[in-house]
Write a protein that binds this ligand. Sequence first.
Ligand code: GDP
Length: 326
Amino acid sequence: MAGHRGLVGSAVVRRLEEEGFTDLLLAGREQLDLRDQAAVDYWFRANRPEYVYLVAGTVGGILPNSRRPADFIYDNLMIHATVVQAAHHFGVKKLLYLGSSCIYPREAPQPMTESNLLAGPLEPTNEAYAIAKIAGIKLCAAYKKQYGCNFISGMPTNLYGPNDNFDLETSHVLPALIRKFHEAKLRGEKSVTVWGTGSPKREFMHVEDLADCCLFLMRNYEGDSHVNIGTGEDISIREVAELVRDLVYPEGELVLDSTKPDGMPRKLLDVSLLHELGWQHRIGLREGIASTYEWLQEHYGAVEDGCRGSVAPTPLRRAGDRRRSV
Ligand code: GDP
């Protein structure tokens, strides 16, 4: 498991534990820098994982993506390359790599199918991250083609849920909005600022659905194409802000800040392939936001102190933290 402390990795760990896996191999970034091939090789030699969930990376919302393109491209390129190479070299049975829906061209027809990859220019606000994520897909495909490795790729849509990054500068839109409305309620403030024009549309998936899908793909998919992972439904930023307001602070008012970027106008995944394979999401957006808000209230002290909110790489193995190979 590469990236077990992040939003996705922590959800996959919970799901694996629910399924009875007891020998997970995890590593924190203080033990292993996933950008360092020699260190990653050493870790693979010592731990010999059989199944790898490559869900680590430097991630963040629209602002850090556009302001720190060098970190986003370098960290992610290196993390993907070292782990995929080590997985091949040390004979991993299967590897699931997770990319992102931002790999598709800015002007891609909506909903976006797997074949839209590399069909046009990317959205500039997250181009560096997208290039690294595309390289990750091509890495897995190349190792599959040349060496016959059982490496597959999934492209999730915008995710949210427990353990998300709630930092207001670096997070994605949903955790930011949940926190902003919560704090406006606590402070008795009337209005909440929503970035951009409110008109872009986004598709949101709860991370527990994603974790379930990861196990499903690990067990059931061996195809050549990457697989879109989403709900197949999208909603405008204004509408999602209204939904959060209704659930968190119905008296709050939205104020749009059009000095902030909109990013992609729309980013809806075509999930026909995933549905044909036999998997569908279960958690609706209202229910998912409500439970994420409960999580935030329970962990608000830590969130306020900035315990979550890191956008640095979220790597692999903690020495002595052997919970089982996955
Ligand atoms: P994106 O999906 O890669 O564009 O990343 P984000 O989740 O950061 O942003 C999605 C959309 O929500 C963009 O149009 C943002 O401008 C908008 N948005 C509105 N309010 C916020 C906010 O408080 N934080 C973030 N990150 N985005 C916001």
